[in-house]
Design a protein around this ligand. Sequence first.
Ligand code: OFO
Length: 164
Amino acid sequence: MISKTMQEAINAQINKEMFSAYLYLSMAAYFESTGLPGAASWVRAQAAEEQEHAMKFFGHLLDRGGQVTLKAIAAPETSWAGPMAAFQAIYAHEQLVTQSITSLYELALKEKDYPTQILLQWYINEQVEEEKNAAEIIASMQRIEAHETAVLQLDHQLRKRGKE
Ligand code: OFO
């Protein structure tokens, strides 16, 4: 049986993962409307992953005899100053999520909640991947910024996500 403290913290994290999905979906709409379908497809795939992240926590709570309490999801922003600003916002957001996962892990250590510690190790690795992906896209954009053709080429590459 999971502790009430851990249960509350995981419910809060489910909300953050669902907010992440919302944020990426909002960006998908933004990229589509600004003529970058590749970037839109990349963030759409990311939105689907965020829902999976939420559902892993959802399943964990239920498997441990805990209670899932879904809270309202905050509205994400709807536009950004450009693709670079959007990917910078993604990077900053993922850094916040990493902090949040780290705090959850610290709580699981304090509570001696070994199953949650094991579950969180997956998220810790996932956050390394998510920060790395965003940082790599930003680095590519920094190299090609102001070259419209190159931005479109990068957009074409981003479209390949999940199709290989
Ligand atoms: Fe769930 O990893 Fe991004 O937010």
